[in-house]
Design a protein around this ligand. Structure first.
Ligand code: 13P
Length: 288
């Protein structure tokens, strides 16, 4: 099966009141582990690639080739979309060109007018290539240089304007942040979510920063119009914990050091287990 755009899977999720997970990938182990979990859970999935991860994996073209080949070699049959996460203007164009099946243009750091103009152009370009596209209104908070900012709240009027450009799904801040949530986090702002969903006429919404939000909050957000939940940090945490435990248990080969395939397996298995737990929780298991 070929990789698909995310439009159909996200629209189905919106109608069916569940959310598709977008898991960030960083290397071969991540790709294999996430695909294995989604295939086992019979869940559609989006593989998110940040521009940094794209660079790490030797460029967008290589990411497309790697994901496609691994996907085929593993005999994956669930719908898979390869998605650029928080793309720049140039990066979004490059990914559409390279063969990504979905992209996110994050113009939230531009003035609203510039974000709108660039979003409009990129929506037309993505759709001309059969690619789905997500745009962002307002910023999503997070941790930078050790300082955690509060989650921002997107302006419903701005959301309505970008939604009307024909974007397929919209990222809008509702108090969510990337990375680990601080102890004093105020939680998701459901009043703002309700206003935004109304303003965008039921367009599917995206919840960034999906790691560490209590599942009952995520479930409530899903019933209110969130149809895609992004997860990165959670996979990093379970991978690191399992790898650390493997090393601490001293499971090297006496006198030979570590076999990388054995060293990375517990972390990869931990990712697969986490993926299965999350797709079940978001309701997209058995929706392939
Ligand atoms: P977390 O790292 O908080 O899971 O956020 C992921 C994300 O939103 C990617 O865009």
């Amino acid at each position: 099966m070929v990789m698909v755009s995310a439009t159909e899977m996200i629209n189905k999720a919106h109608d069916g009141h569940y959310a598709v997970a977008a898991f960030n990938i960083n290397n071969m182990e991540w790709i294999k582990a996430v695909l294995a979990g989604c295939q086992k859970a019979n869940s559609p999935v989006m593989l998110g690639v940040s521009e940094g991860a794209g660079k790490y994996m030797c460029g967008f073209k290589n990411v497309v080739d790697m994901v496609r080949d691994i996907h085929d070699q593993m005999g994956i049959t669930v719908p898979v979309a390869l998605h650029l996460d928080h793309g720049t203007y140039e990066g979004t164009k490059a990914c559409i060109e390279a063969g990504f099946t979905s992209v996110m243009f994050d113009g939230s750091h531009y003035s609203f007018e510039e974000n709108m103009e660039k979003s409009k152009e990129l929506i037309a370009l993505a759709h001309s290539k059969g690619c789905s596209i997500e745009c962002e209104v307002g910023g999503i908070g997070g941790t930078e240089d050790g300082v955690t900012s509060n989650g921002e709240l997107a302006d419903p009027k701005e959301c309505a304007t970008i939604a009307a450009l024909g974007v397929d799904f919209l990222a809008a801040g509702i108090g969510n942040i990337h990375g680990v949530y601080p102890d004093n986090w105020a939680g998701l702002n459901f009043d703002r979510l309700e206003e935004i969903q109304k303003a965008v006429n039921g367009k599917p919404l995206v919840l960034h920063g999906g790691s560490g939000i209590p599942y009952d909050m995520v479930h409530k957000a899903i019933t209110m119009g969130v149809s895609k939940v992004n997860v990165n940090t959670e996979l990093q945490l379970v991978f690191a914990k399992a790898t650390r435990e493997y090393i601490e248990a001293g499971k090297d080969q006496a006198g030979k050091g570590y076999d990388p395939r054995k060293l990375l397996k517990p972390g990869a298995d931990a990712i697969t287990a986490q993926v299965i737990e999350m797709v079940n929780s978001f309701g997209c298991a058995d929706k392939a």
